[in-house]
Write a protein that binds this ligand. Structure first.
Ligand code: KG4
Ligand code: ZN
Length: 396
């Protein structure tokens, strides 16, 4: 098979990214321009600002990805860009630029689902390490700021397909990390902060009730029935069609943290922390620690432990139910230390191999987009020039 260089472009949320990947298995360059500083004062991503920052960054980021790879625009075999899901205005910046480049260079353009990209980040790095022996069935947990989704992944020839067997009914896991951090006056994005601060607290100090799925999933076309184990089963009557679902819910734990704050009179100390941290440019771990008392650190650690336990136990229950041979855990929250350790321990107990991307490829990047595009390149699955952004794009 001839060597193929794909230039990937990603702009679905608050990172402008470009990367060059060789034949779906070798990361040649990877450039990510983060917009954290822009959104930080607002405590979350502001869509209009995100689009504006993408417009500013896209040309230099792509240029740097090519320069780092030592490649010219002409020497690229194809371009790949995120079509969705994500912020419509942000996606359009990447798509418009990728279309213009593809047209000018007369190169094929491949449209990629962002969630498929997260899954292929793991596969890219495993191939790069020489591990080509992927055993099916494969279960992938994509856990990020916008998604907590479980997919069964299948490969036929060069074609990949995905079946969703679980998703969050309300907040995504990363969203819960971000909202709880904001609630506690820590700032944005919350995941990495909670991750680092949790190591300094007692995870058994505060007990949170297990997350409950009381209602059938309104988004599903089939009514659901909840089993004792917490799995939601499609209530279709015909038993042979019953496929258990493993849905998540994280708005309850966020509310539980809020209630804890109210009942333990933490509001004044949170306000003081918010003010103190706002006065420090680029606060470091010691600054956060210096502004958190022990009960707050215990609360943070307990929140993280509860969320991680829920993610790991549901995912491993799904892995048992579907008798999968490989587990992939990916997306921004896959960077979390406790999540990785717990998955490694518990999956090993179940005799299940589990793979994560390296931390730089766990959060949003364009290498994953270029990697996911490679099988589509081999299949000749190129995008028509009139395709557009799909903010709510599903992975199938
Ligand atoms: O995949 P990603 O970069 O963007 C989306 O597709 O959403 O994920 C971003 C999310 C944010 O919610 C962020 O707080 C969370 O991933 N995150 C983490 C960690 N690093 C990033 N959550 C927990 N622990 C981390 N170390
Ligand atoms: Zn993502």
């Amino acid at each position: 098979m001839p060597v193929t260089y794909i230039l990937g472009i990603e702009s679905s949320c608050d990172e402008t990214a470009a990367a060059v990947v060789r034949s779906g298995e070798q990361l040649i360059s990877n450039v990510v321009a983060s917009q954290i500083a822009t959104h930080q004062p607002f405590g979350g991503v502001v869509p209009e600002l995100a689009s504006r920052e993408h417009l500013r960054a896209i040309v230099p980021v792509v240029r740097k990805a090519l320069a780092d790879a030592g490649r010219s625009y002409e020497s690229i075999d194809a371009l790949a860009v995120t079509q969705g899901p994500g912020l419509a205005g942000a996606l359009l910046v990447g798509i418009s630029y990728a279309k213009a480049l593809a047209f000018a260079l007369e190169k094929p353009l491949i449209a990629v689902n962002h969630l498929e990209g997260h899954i292929h980040a793991v596969l890219l790095e495993e191939r790069q390490k020489g591990n080509r022996d992927l055993r099916f069935p494969v279960l992938a947990l994509v856990v990020s700021g916008g998604h907590t989704h479980l997919y069964l992944a299948e490969q036929r020839g060069e074609s990949w397909s995905y079946e969703n067997i679980g998703h969050t009914r309300d907040d995504a896991a990363g969203e819960a990390f971000d909202k709880v951090a904001k609630l506690l006056g820590l700032g944005y994005p919350g995941g990495p902060l909670v991750d680092r601060l949790s190591a300094h607290g007692d995870p058994r100090a505060v007990k949170f009730p297990p997350s409950q799925l009381k209602h059938p999933d309104r988004k599903s076309s089939h009514p659901l029935k909840i089993t004792k184990g917490g799995a939601a089963i499609r209530n279709e009557g015909a038993l042979e069609n019953v496929r258990p679902r493993f849905d998540f819910s994280y708005s309850g734990i966020k509310t539980a943290v809020l209630r804890y704050v109210e009942t333990h009179d933490l509001k004044a100390s949170i306000e003081a922390r918010r003010k103190a941290l706002a006065e420090i440019t680029g606060p470091k771990l010691e600054d956060y620690l210096g502004n958190c008392d022990q009960p707050t650190l215990d609360l943070i650690a307990s929140f993280q432990r509860s969320l991680v336990d829920d993610l790991v136990s549901k995912t491993l229950a799904a892995a048992r139910e579907y008798e999968v041979a490989t587990l992939l855990v990916t997306g921004g929250v896959a960077a979390n230390n406790e999540l990785r350790q717990t998955f490694e321990q518990e999956a090993a107990r179940q005799g299940l191999p589990v793979y994560f991307p390296s931390r730089p490829l766990s959060t949003d990047n364009a290498a994953m987009i270029a990697a996911a595009a490679y099988p589509k390149f081999l299949n000749g699955e190129f995008a028509a020039m009139d395709f557009s952004a799909e903010a709510g794009m599903a992975l199938k």
